[in-house]
Unconditional design. Sequence first.
Length: 335
Amino acid sequence: MLHTKPDCIVAIGGGSTIDACKAADVLATLGGTVSAEIDHYFGTGIVTEALKTTGLSQIPLIAVQVSASSGAHLTKYANITDPVLGQKKLIVDDAICPTVSLFDYEVTVSMPLSVTIDGALDAISHTFEVFCGAKPELYGKAKAIAECAISLVTEYSKDLIANPKDLKAREAIGLATDLGGYAIMLGGTSGAHLTSFSLVDIVSHGTACGIMNPYYAVFYSKAIQDQLRVVGNIFEAQGFAVENVASLEGRALALAVAEAMIGFSKSINAPTKLSDLKGFGEGHIARALAAAKDPQLAMKLKNMPIPMTASEVDTYMEPILRSAATGDFSIIRER
């Protein structure tokens, strides 16, 4: 970009391609006057502040999405991976939203099934996490988005597995992932996404979130009873709940919904524990705990329905991670 001075950038690909172009646009615009190091821009609102200070404007970005996954073509997020550390970090800024977004869901027909499953789990994760942390003024909208997206995923994923060329099912999953993108423009994701950033070397993003959300749901149980009933009813309607959700409350409700989410993951052949992942070890737990204490990722702790400070990470997050490693919900501590 620095050499060619393009009139615009056209990013054609999945979430990682689009996020890379968002970040490259930031560096091409601000690298010469603010900082040429990508680390400077991790966090919330830093790009907007730098653009105001310098009076510069970014190159218009046209995002052509080809993967039902992260919804990157719609959002203010750029996930950037440090391959040396095996850690993802985030730029969160309205300034990096693509100028124009395009997505023809039919192009996803040729996606590998594993990528489709990952995208379906990401759609659930985006909408579920935003719904769980929604403030009162956004609760109704977050609920409607979550109900629609999770219903689409749980109803149509099995059809896609049976027939990857099913265009109705492709559209359903594409719509669900776009709703996920819409959700994270209204509110923030939290624990499962934060942990997923430390698993980048062994598992794709949506699948990592899909593994972690049931375990974080149990930790959040006191704060998300209404959300658990809404989501639990969806999973129950699709045959994944083994108990009557309406009859439960407290931790028992959270455990039932968590088991239903795990049942859905099993139905699409997705892993349900960290120990299911090839290469998972103690180093990943240590990395996730360290990342949770990083000020550049503090927004994820604040977004939790039960907020956590960096000083509380070892006390409360480590049991969640060890629970997700083994599948033993009993070790999750309540706050």
